[in-house]
Write a protein that binds this ligand. Structure first.
Ligand SMILES: CC(C)(COP(=O)(O)OP(=O)(O)OC[C@H]1O[C@@H](n2cnc3c(N)ncnc32)[C@H](O)[C@@H]1OP(=O)(O)O)[C@@H](O)C(=O)NCCC(=O)NCCS
Length: 159
């Protein structure tokens, strides 16, 4: 698809119902997780580095949302690229945008939760310096998750 870019977006509080519903469906399709719209609106996302959308100018095709946990530590709450666009480098670019913006805000470390059987995502985070720090038993409707944590890097490395 042409013209897709990661762009910082405004607070979800200001989104229309239809835009929020579209992103809610994207989250369901990519992760199986179903969130109510009022809950999405209340997510404490950081307006400087935590509100990224993959957009063609009209429609949202991906999201990377993060919050500030402390002065130097952030948590990624949601990261998805539409299924038909996965594996084309968009996720990697989204991570870089987020990481650079977060670094500019003083963030040095990051954490997130990921299903243990989501091997592609676990490897992707591993190549960006995150390591499993704790097992989240039954975190995803009965499936185990990892809490992954590490320094914030904008790019992948082979480590
Ligand atoms: C995880 C996700 C956001 C990555 O976005 P993407 O656009 O597919 O990612 P990219 O094409 O940029 O690939 C990112 C890396 O994963 C690798 N990769 C891509 N597809 C892969 C696959 N099917 N299996 C294994 N690795 C894969 C790429 O080689 C790339 O490697 P790198 O670390 O050397 O850069 C996307 O796949 C997604 O939405 N998955 C479903 C939701 C999800 O699992 N979110 C994460 C929950 S914590």
């Amino acid at each position: 698809m042409d013209g897709l870019r990661w762009i910082p977006t405004s607070s979800l509080k200001n989104w229309s119902e239809s835009r929020l519903e579209n992103i809610r469906q994207l989250i369901i399709q990519t992760t199986g997780e179903s969130y109510q719209k009022p809950r999405l609106r209340k997510l404490p996302l950081d307006e400087k580095f935590g509100l990224w959308i993959l957009s063609d100018g009209l429609t949202d095709h991906g999201l990377l949302w993060a919050m500030k946990m402390s002065e130097k530590h952030a948590r990624v709450l949601a990261f998805s690229v539409a299924e038909n666009l996965q594996g084309n480098g968009y996720g990697s670019k989204g991570w870089s945008h987020f990481a650079r913006a977060a670094q500019s805000s003083g963030i040095r470390t990051v954490q997130l939760e990921v299903r243990q059987d989501n091997f592609g995502a676990v490897q992707m985070y591993h190549r960006r310096g995150l390591r499993p720090k704790g097992c989240l038993r039954g975190f995803y409707r009965g499936y185990d998750g990892w809490l992954m944590l590490g320094p914030l890097h904008a790019n992948a490395s082979s480590q």
